[in-house]
Design a protein around this ligand. Sequence first.
Ligand SMILES: C[S@@+](CC[C@H](N)C(=O)[O-])C[C@H]1O[C@@H](n2cnc3c(N)ncnc32)[C@H](O)[C@@H]1O
Length: 283
Amino acid sequence: MKAGMSLDDPSSKRQAYRLKKQENREELKHVRIDASAKTEKMDLPRKRFYRQRAHSNPFSDHQLEYPVNPDEMDWQKLYPHFFDEATNRMTKQVTIADIGCGFGGLLIDLSPEFPENLILGMEIRVQVTNYVEDRIIALRTNHADNNSFQNINVLRGNAMKFLPNFFHKSQLEKMFFCFPDPHFKQRKHKARIITNTLLSEYAYALKEGGIIYTITDVLDLHQWMAKHLEEHPLFERLSSDWEDQDKCVQIMRNATEEGKKVERKKGDKYVACFVRIPNPEIV
Ligand SMILES: C[S@@+](CC[C@H](N)C(=O)[O-])C[C@H]1O[C@@H](n2cnc3c(N)ncnc32)[C@H](O)[C@@H]1O
């Protein structure tokens, strides 16, 4: 806490809360929490202490940490439950990615639906990432008896820059883009998370048959994402019948914090899903 601040000052309360959570996070972030740890029940983090500017410039230098290549990534730290001491290897790899995961609602709802998959949220904002980390620590602690929420975690990262540093070719089965920042002004469109160049990176990381899920309440952004995906040679749009029967579409409509906000305001939600098709044969 800064000198001269009192604990009645809201900003110092926030500082004190953040410091306490940071200590807790540093202690438990990479620890294997299970029933044998006998940790006491933990309060879920309070979002108001993690507020941060809504937008982060994806082109700024964020001094992010990232591996030189996917083999250098230490996944054990994020998913200690899936590390096999005997072989010194992970038993699973990440197959589902939530790009720009925000406060992590989708990760939490996907977790029990895909207990055999590792699910990763990637988020560029520091405080928002801290919130998701604290949320996952608390959930793992409070459900240590049945090992729930061991298959989800979050990374602070810029998905527009470093995705191939984290994922091998064809590693992912699903990628979610839920309510991405709309970057309304035309001169800002290049900051959108779906562009032709970025789609080629997503196609690299996705396996054949893998799915890109998009949802937004901004019609112009929906049309932009659908158009870029339709024009890309490695993606094909899935029908609305397919969307209606897919459980992930139902989850992404309702699980994310932005989705809930749109629901409260009775706004529209536009969905578009695309399958990664095989590379064309070169003759
Ligand atoms: C409008 S919020 C939506 C959050 C969440 N998906 C939801 O539906 O509640 C968009 C999120 O994407 C994050 N973001 C924007 N650009 C990003 C990037 N290049 N890499 C990772 N995260 C990014 C933002 O910080 C923000 O939390």
